[in-house]
Every structure is written in structure tokens, then in C-alpha cells.
Design a protein around this ligand. Structure first.
Ligand SMILES: NC(=O)c1ccc[n+]([C@@H]2O[C@H](COP(=O)([O-])OP(=O)(O)OC[C@H]3O[C@@H](n4cnc5c(N)ncnc54)[C@H](OP(=O)(O)O)[C@@H]3O)[C@@H](O)[C@H]2O)c1
Length: 206
């Protein structure tokens, strides 16, 4: 697959969850983590999130370099009153992988394709060499199934426990194993004074 180089970023609780039972939005980690989240967006020509995260965290996905702002959905159920549509930033690209045709939305390009084809389109038609994905777990699981994650950033936020049998993890709500385990090597390890640890891992492919 001729796709962009893909990095991901997530914060995880001490028990390996990315969200509380009440679907706690962003803001449960430190200011330093928030600064790192912004920094990790630099150098990417596209940012991408799943529709669940986009809706729950009201993400407008802005960054000084104005990367493309991509939202992935199967249903195509995009909230037209979402603040992304009134917040200046990069081009908005909405992917609907299933369902019926999505009505046009002002200031957004709508694509009907598979996730794999969409990644190829971003590289081919929009010159996206680096794409940065900020979750959620369902979307990251799909990227892992395609073996399309090249770098994995985590903030280990050991100060918080979320619990929850069905709380999402970095690969979504616990369920089936991935088709195969994916190996990564540690490329950065930075404990912080706020009780968190910034970790980065690079994919090892044999
Ligand atoms: N701790 C963190 O760093 C972090 C980061 C991100 C998110 N979160 C939290 O995680 C929660 C959301 O988790 P989630 O796993 O539900 O998130 P998600 O992946 O953002 O959203 C799931 C939805 O995105 C769409 N989607 C995901 N993968 C898809 C694929 N391969 N093809 C087509 N559509 C796809 C589907 O939308 P449709 O329903 O429209 O079909 C799906 O229902 C939120 O509470 C958020 O705050 C935490």
C-alpha cells in the first residue's frame, strides 16, 4: 500500500484504558502532556481521528502548519454543528466507509472509500507524507490491522485508574486479538515530574 508514514498518540491510564466509563473527554492529563500532543502534530501534513473521538472531545484539530483535518466514520453520521466547521484550520476531509451517501457539508470534502483507499488517496492526491492519528482506540485498531502504524506515542498517566470491562484501550474496546502481534522498539522514554511518562515506539518490520 502506498500510504503516508503514520504516527499515533494516546494517553493511557494506569490500567491501560483511554477513556472512563463516562467517556471523559480530554483534559485528564497534565499541561505538559497537552503541550506534547500539540508538538507531535508538527511535521504531519494530515491529522486523523475517529468520529467517536471527534464528537466526544469536540476536536477542531488545529496546528500552526494547517495540516488536513481528517475524520473517519463508517456511518457517515457527521454532526453539522460541530465546531470544526467554524474553526479556521487545514482542509477538512470526512471519510465514510459505509452506509448511504453523505449530504454535502460546507467547507468539507466527503470521501466514500475504505480506510486503506483513503490513506492511499491522501498520499497520492494531497501529497501527505506523514499522517498523525490521535485515536480513538477503534481507529487505531483498524490501522494496526492494516499494519499501518509506524510510530506509536503514549503518555503513561499512572496517576489515574479508569477501570471498566468495556472501557476502550489503545486498540479499542477489548475483543478479539489482532490478526498478528506487532513489534515496536522504544525510541523515547521521558518520565515527568507530574507522575506521567512520555513514551515513543517505532515499528520493527522484519
Ligand atoms: N486517552 C486518549 O489519548 C484518547 C485519545 C482519543 C480518544 N479518547 C477517548 O476515546 C473515546 C473514543 O474511543 P473509540 O474507540 O470509540 O473511538 P474512535 O475510533 O474515535 O471512534 C469510533 C468511531 O469512529 C469511526 N471509526 C473508527 N474506526 C473506523 C474504521 N476503521 N472505519 C470506519 N469508521 C471508523 C466509527 O464511526 P461511526 O460510528 O460514525 O461509524 C466508530 O464508531 C472517547 O471517549 C475519547 O475521549 C482518548
Amino acid at each position: 500500500m502506498d500510504r503516508p508514514w503514520i504516527s499515533t498518540n494516546l494517553a493511557i491510564s494506569a490500567d491501560g484504558k483511554i477513556s472512563a466509563v463516562d467517556r471523559r473527554p480530554s483534559g485528564w492529563t497534565s499541561a505538559a502532556d497537552h503541550a506534547r500532543l500539540k508538538e507531535l502534530r508538527l511535521g504531519a501534513q494530515a491529522l486523523m481521528v475517529g468520529r467517536g473521538t471527534w464528537a466526544a472531545d469536540r476536536m477542531t484539530m488545529t496546528s500552526p502548519e494547517n495540516p488536513l483535518r481528517c475524520v473517519v466514520s463508517a456511518s457517515g453520521n457527521f454532526d453539522r454543528s460541530h465546531p470544526i466547521f467554524t474553526t479556521p484550520g487545514g482542509e477538512i476531509h470526512l471519510l465514510a466507509t459505509g452506509g448511504e451517501g453523505v449530504e454535502p457539508i460546507e467547507r468539507a470534502a466527503i470521501h466514500h472509500a475504505s480506510l486503506e483507499a483513503f490513506l492511499e488517496l491522501l498520499a497520492r492526491d494531497h501529497g501527505v507524507e506523514r499522517l498523525h492519528c490521535e485515536g480513538g482506540g477503534s481507529l487505531i485498531r483498524s490501522l494496526a490491522e492494516l499494519d499501518a502504524i509506524d510510530e506509536f506515542h503514549l503518555t503513561w498517566a499512572g496517576h489515574t485508574l479508569f477501570g471498566g470491562k468495556s472501557a476502550p484501550t489503545p486498540t479499542g474496546v477489548p475483543g478479539a486479538f489482532l490478526p498478528a502481534s506487532l513489534k515496536f522498539e522504544l525510541s523515547a522514554f521521558e518520565p515527568t515530574s507530574e507522575g506521567e511518562c512520555f513514551l515513543s515506539y517505532r515499528r520493527i518490520r522484519d
